[in-house]
Design a binder for this molecule. Structure first.
Ligand code: PMP
Length: 432
């Protein structure tokens, strides 16, 4: 009997070791980590350079409270991160995870509004489906019913617009009219909510767990930026999953010209070595808050030197190993192989993704896009079969958290062709 209560789906084998893209349980069984943990371990497990940097930092200090000390390593990581951001985003606030990063981004946006005489602005529009975290503020902008519904009395549910799902609506994602059609829903929402009450729009540049690696249609991001500018609304990019190289660029939003006002990151930044997240914002935005008395926010472990040492070493590995380029090449190959799997298996109704954020969706009927009956629990059955064969993949309900089944295939960015062969063989055999 375990004293832990977070096992959602039965007891799991006990983890013993992890190296590169592989993990071993205590029975000696090997698993290929086809989901990088939960899209976290971007540079693979037990990277020796990261461990060495962490050991070095541990010898010096493992914690220094940010209100008592500056640390060299947090300054270095902040400088490195801002180098990798779009122009103007050069102020960094460290946190310890994705929900903390989203929470921080929302509070920064609100304090900016208050500091600049726009106190009427407090609503943050987001999308359904979306996932932005499990703390109450982040949950309020999350569009995933089973997760936020129970908590509605404890939080103010924020306004949502539909995430663009051209493949379900029978629209051409390559046609800019499609992107504009979905983006214009933001404008309509702003008008119904009252433009003076809207503070920000938060968006995953490429849908993660919520929509299953869904890339927005052409024209969407640019139109979203235009609308935010027109109404003086901040654009927050939730790069918790898409950041740190996952889609073939350091930021997922880097695939478009539209630039955010605030970026929130986590997962691949600490890459499983340490809990780490970051909020990176435009200088004027942060200065308005600081000039008005300071940011009323902070987490005890924020910016601790050990986490920053890990983050710095992780970014170094991404750069030195050319992992963004490898992600682009391997991601294209993986996507092509997934399309091959779709041709072979009628049950796969859609294949999608960018870089190594890839997914496929089960459907009862490709023509009507009807989902499989919910009671079949197809996504979990597939995950269990693959797991038994030694492949870890990640699954979710696609359609607002209540129906539809997608499988995310998101291996570490260090994978090679042999790993892709292994992943594909195992998935093919698990498709019963
Ligand atoms: N935002 C996005 C886009 C995410 O994918 C996640 C985690 N899946 C979060 C926020 C929350 O991150 P965490 O679980 O580290 O709190």
């Amino acid at each position: 009997m375990s004293n832990l209560f977070y096992q959602a789906h039965g007891r799991k084998p006990v983890l013993d070791q992890a190296r590169g893209v592989y993990m071993w349980d205590q029975e000696g069984k090997r698993y290929l980590d086809g989901s990088s943990g939960a899209m976290v371990c971007n540079i693979g497990h037990s990277n020796e350079n990261v461990l060495t940097s962490m050991r070095r930092q541990m010898e010096k200090s493992t914690f220094g409270y940010r209100l008592h000390f500056e640390t060299e390593v947090s300054e270095q990581l902040a400088a490195k991160l801002t180098d990798l951001m779009p122009d103007g985003l050069n102020k960094v606030f460290f946190v310890s995870g994705g929900s903390e990063a989203v929470e921080t981004g929302l509070k920064l946006a609100r304090q900016h509004a208050v500091s600049t005489g726009q106190s009427s602005r407090w609503k943050v529009i987001s999308r359904t489906p979306s996932y932005h975290g499990c703390s109450l503020g982040a949950l309020a902008v999350t569009g995933y019913r089973p997760l936020n519904e129970p908590f509605v009395p404890m939080m103010q549910e924020m306004p949502k617009i539909p995430a663009p799902r051209a493949y379900l609506d029978g629209l051409d994602a390559e046609d800019p009219d499609t992107g504009h059609f979905y983006a214009d829903m933001l404008e309509t929402k702003i008008q119904t909510e009252g433009p003076d009450s809207v503070l920000a729009f938060i968006v995953e540049p490429i849908g993660g767990a919520s929509t299953g690696a869904l890339v927005p249609p052409r024209g969407y991001m640019e139109r979203i930026r235009e609308i935010c500018d027109r109404y003086g609304i901040l654009l927050i990019m939730d790069e918790v999953m898409t950041g740190a190289g996952r889609t073939g660029k350091f930021l997922g939003s880097g695939h478009w010209t539209a630039q955010p006002d605030i970026v929130v990151m986590s997962k691949g930044l600490g890459a499983g070595y340490m809990p780490l997240g970051a909020v990176i914002a435009k200088q004027q935005l942060v200065e308005s808050v600081l000039d008005a008395g300071g940011f009323a926010h902070g987490f005890t472990y924020a910016g601790n030197p050990l986490a920053c040492a890990a983050g710095l070493a992780v970014i170094n590995e991404i750069e030195v190993q050319g992992l963004c380029d490898n992600t682009t090449v391997m991601g294209d190959r993986l996507l092509a192989r997934l399309s091959g799997l779709m041709q072979k298996h009628e049950l796969i109704g859609d294949v999608r993704g960018k870089g190594l954020l890839t997914a496929f969706e089960f459907m009862a009927d490709r023509e009507s896009k009807a989902p499989l009956p919910t009671h079949l629990n197809a996504h979990q059955r597939f995950v269990d079969l693959a797991y038994a064969r030694g492949l870890i993949v990640y699954s979710r309900r696609t359609r607002d958290g209540t129906e539809g089944d997608h499988i995310l295939v998101c291996p570490p960015l260090i994978i090679n062709d042999q790993h892709i062969d292994e992943i594909m063989d195992c998935m093919d055999a698990s498709m019963v």
